[in-house]
Design a binder for this molecule. Structure first.
Ligand code: SRM
Ligand code: SF4
Length: 556
């Protein structure tokens, strides 16, 4: 039997549902049940404050509903005016905290129903939208950030082109949120015919990443479709891309049919026209063959494993009408962000700021949000988000560098950056509580405090300079990609986590479950023993993830 979501998509009248009516209802802070599914395709999520759910329920009050909006920013690049607009609308209509996500964009939480429309209108005035940042469609397309300027520009163009090519054709977003004429009611449905998504869209979300070695900062193997740029002419030109399919990280506790999977390289292709054709047809295959009866098993990785990789490649070649070329060799050697000042090959400067779990707000000592607003107001750079939830200020001239330096210094950012430990700089956590409806445990609110304690242990063994990738999620879904970390903590229930060990620096190896159901004391005790052993027995320059594998803490 088809899932509930399939039926809702099909009868949604081009992703309209009854959203307009739902919005008019002033009695409730929530939307009609089915509209809660449809708004996801518009980049919105209905949520409630889980911290006060129980108290409100005891008082016989309904949940405190609000909405999260996620922007579509292919490749993560915006200009200073756009940053200002995000800042201003965050202040006015949301909690005020700006969250950089693990997919190179930003989201705002706590938007009341009546404020959704003004928020989207304001974004639209600043050339920002939230179309297709959620739902069963292609999501925000991500791409490598640490590249020579000419390559960065090229790959960003690809990301934007791919994102635009794969947008749903329905005008419902413009109609509902921006008051465009009601196209559907004017019987102009034909104009909206969507040859890619048709009426049922994809069976599930779809994710695309583009990367150019040596830095795999996008975690390209974690995506449904990954493209690895192959360079020629002394890194001046992208000659084509290797095609990687079937990556995905989520698995469900206790459901052995679900698993994390790294993408498989199936070949190479060169011209842009061909690459776009390949991408498009990978989506049509997933549309036609993906599982629509069980959403737990509907991502492309399961379609591929169900039918076989040879079947998939053959089907793809049939649909594109040309054979894939043999894959080209490539090598990733790193995955992290390069913090601080760097000179680009066009002589402009960039500055990467570590932003813990992507959360931008002011504290008494570190006025990050104010600093970024002042930088934006000075029109001295562009803003580039990384897939590690950090921010790069780019395109800075020598003169403007001085302005930025003085702002970073005055607002406490330099002091902060100088004092952040290596493990913290390599950390990521997902949103989890109090807004994520799927969270079983804490994520971004807890990891910083746990790292305070882990730092003490690392110092004890003089390991404080080690780059150890640590990632935490509030549940098995893997939003901060914990299954690609050297220490992965995956929420099981409140205060309890499964501990994973053994991924590598480059993100080409999944980690493995080491111990289950651990509370804070047992996590710290276990890490203490492991770090002690690591200190004594590691090989020169050996990473903690590789050590975990060599010493067989995990079986691979
Ligand atoms: Fe995610 C669902 C947050 C990246 C796998 N994710 C959610 C929801 C929307 C919960 C929900 O369905 O209502 C979370 C919203 C929390 C909140 O309150 O804001 C949420 N995911 C996030 C973000 C914000 C985490 C972060 O702290 O940065 C990331 C937003 C990325 C973006 O801008 O688009 C985010 N999510 C990821 C990633 C990482 C990635 O894509 O590189 C993954 C693992 C990779 C993958 O897809 O396999 C991921 N999120 C999921 C899943 C499991 C999907 C599956 O195949 O089963 C869910 C649940 C679902 O879809 O049913 C989910
Ligand atoms: Fe929510 Fe789980 Fe994703 Fe964390 S990993 S944001 S808890 S769905």
């Amino acid at each position: 039997m088809l899932t509930r979501e399939e039926k809702i998509k099909e009868k949604s009248k081009g992703l309209r549902g009854t959203i307009t009516e739902s919005l008019k209802n002033k009695l409730y802070g929530k939307l009609h049940d089915e509209d809660q599914i449809i708004i996801k395709f518009h980049g919105l999520y209905q949520q409630d404050d889980r911290d006060i759910r129980e108290i409100r329920s005891m008082k016989k009050l309904d949940r405190l509903y609000s909405f999260m909006i996620r922007l579509r920013i292919p490749g993560g690049l915006i200009n200073n005016k756009q940053w200002e607009s995000i800042h201003n609308i965050a202040e006015k209509n949301s909690t005020g905290v700006i969250k950089i996500t693990t997919r190179q964009t930003v989201q705002l939480h706590g938007i009341m129903k009546s404020n959704i429309k003004p928020t989207i209108k304001f974004f639209n005035l600043n050339k920002l939208d939230s179309i297709a940042t959620c739902g069963d469609v292609n999501r925000n397309v991500i791409c490598s950030t640490y590249l020579e300027k000419n390559l960065r520009e090229k790959i960003l163009k690809y990301a934007t082109k791919i994102s635009n090519m794969l947008l749903p054709k329905t005008r419902s977003y413009y109609e509902i949120w921006l008051d465009e004429n009601k196209i559907f009611e004017k019987k102009e449905k034909k104009e909206e015919t969507d040859p890619l998504y048709k009426d049922n869209y994809l069976p599930r979300k779809f994710k695309i990443a583009l990367s150019i070695p040596p830095n795999n900062d996008v975690d390209v193997f974690a995506n449904d479709l990954g493209l690895v740029g192959i360079l020629e002419d002394n890194r001046k030109k992208i000659s084509g891309f290797n095609i990687i399919v079937g990556g995905g990280l989520s698995k469900t506790h206790g459901n052995a049919k679900t698993y994390s999977r790294l993408g498989t390289v199936i070949g190479y292709s060169s011209s842009e026209r061909r690459i776009l054709k390949i991408i498009y047809e990978v989506l049509t295959i997933q549309r036609d063959y993906g599982n629509r009866k069980n959403r737990k098993l509907s991502r492309l990785k399961y379609t591929i494993d169900n039918y076989g990789i040879s079947w998939f490649k053959k089907k793809l070649e049939d649909r594109i009408g040309f054979p894939l070329e043999k894959e080209k060799p490539f090598l990733f050697t790193e995955r992290g962000d390069n913090f601080g000042w760097k000179k680009d090959n066009d002589n402009s400067w960039s500055y990467t700021i570590f932003i813990e779990n992507g959360l931008i707000f002011d504290t008494e000592k570190i006025k990050l949000k104010s600093a970024l607003l002042e930088i934006a107001k000075n029109s001295v750079c562009n803003f580039l988000f990384t897939c590690n939830q950090n921010l790069i200020l780019i395109d800075i001239s020598d003169q403007n560098k001085e302005i930025i330096e003085s702002i970073l210094s005055n607002y406490g950012i330099y002091d902060y950056m100088n004092n952040v430990s290596s493990i913290r700089k390599n950390s990521m956590a997902c949103v989890a509580l109090n807004t994520c409806p799927l969270a079983l445990a804490e994520g971004q609110r807890y990891l910083p405090k746990l790292i305070d304690k882990i730092e003490i242990i690392l110092n004890k063994y003089q390991l404080e300079k080690e780059d150890i990738i640590i990632r935490m999620t509030g549940c098995h879904n893997g939003c901060s990609r914990p299954y690609l970390s050297e220490i992965g903590l995956v929420g099981l229930s409140y205060g309890r986590y499964n501990l994973y060990l053994g991924s590598n620096k480059e993100g080409t190896r999944l980690n493995q479950l080491y111990k289950e159901n651990m509370d804070e004391a047992s996590i710290l005790n276990e890490l203490n023993n492991l770090f002690n052993f690591f200190k004594k027995e590691r090989l020169p320059k050996e990473r903690f993830g590789d050590f975990s594998l060599r010493k067989k803490f995990i079986n691979v």
